[in-house]
Ligand binder design. Structure first.
Ligand code: B12
Length: 216
């Protein structure tokens, strides 16, 4: 019961775009022994989805999205040490290069996936947002990556996931690295269509799929 109240307050803090409130609630959750990932999924992200719907209906605007994004980021940053602590592993399971594709600056989901992979024992190289296909390829080569993760939140930038795959092929690296795609407009069907090796709907699933890709 108390947990449900906390989740509701978390969602509301994101809807209202209040980073300090979101941060405080994240700390409360840790104190209350709530799983940090559950806090993100059932609390903060639920608020983000409400904001996204409001924006789609024309009831909310870019500044609203930005404030909510800041609240969500503050919450995740506050929960990150706990996420890392809970999942800590000694052995490196594999090397992952991750980023949001060119033309797209949505970073929150990608960063959450990167955090969860790092917490699960992967060496993660996060290239950030608006990443060109060439930068992905250069980093895959530089760190000899096992997996590359491509995030896209816009239907227009989704196509750039395919461009990265084609650029990897041109560079002769496609057989050496697995590709996982994600983000709201992506889907298992899309992954198959563009020749990716996998898709995951959220950060927990991403860890499972990437583990399978490297055979652990
Ligand atoms: C916050 C937000 C913003 C913020 C981003 C802030 C930031 N620092 O990231 C700002 C204000 C910058 C923004 C800008 C825009 N946005 Co915006 N935004 C959102 C919003 C509300 C939430 C996204 C979010 O952070 N969700 C929370 C995280 C945790 O979830 P997630 O991103 O989905 O990630 C999870 C999964 O998708 C998955 N995942 C994500 N990445 C990856 C990668 C891999 C490898 C894997 C396996 C999994 C995975 O796992 C994650 C964790 O569970 C969404 C609506 C929504 N409900 O998604 C719209 C939304 C994505 N935005 C939208 C739009 C239109 C825009 C703009 C074009 C608006 C404009 N006219 O300028 C610009 C685009 C700017 C650009 N070039 O990128 C539309 C996209 C519509 C479409 N079909 O293309 C949406 C869907 C809103 C809507 N309903 O209309 N936005």
């Amino acid at each position: 019961m108390v947990r449900e109240r906390i989740f509701e307050e978390m969602a509301q803090a994101v809807i209202d775009g209040l980073p300090d409130k979101a941060r405080a609630l994240a700390h409360d959750a840790i104190q209350a022994g709530i799983d940090p990932l559950e806090a993100i999924e059932r609390g903060f992200k639920a608020g983000m989805d409400v904001v996204g719907d409001g924006f789609a209906k024309g009831e909310l605007f870019i500044p609203d999205l930005m404030m909510s994004g800041e609240a969500m980021k503050a919450a995740i940053a506050a929960l990150e040490p706990e996420l890392m602590k809970r999942k800590q592993q000694r052995q490196v399971l594999g090397r992952v290069v991750i980023g949001t594709v060119q033309g797209d600056i949505h970073e929150i989901g990608k960063t959450l996936v990167a955090t969860m992979l790092a917490a699960s024992g992967f060496e993660v190289h996060d290239l950030g947002v608006d990443v060109s296909p060439q930068r992905f390829v250069d980093m895959v080569r530089q760190v000899d990556a096992n997996v590359v993760g491509l995030s896209a939140l816009l239907t227009t930038t989704l196509l750039n996931q395919e461009t990265v795959i084609l650029t990897l092929k041109e560079a002769g690296l496609r057989d050496k690295v697995k590709v996982i795609v994600g983000g709201v407009p992506a889907s298992p069907e899309w992954a198959e269509e563009i020749g990716a090796d996998g898709y995951a709907e959220n950060a927990t699933e991403a860890v499972e799929v990437v583990k399978r890709m490297v055979g652990v």
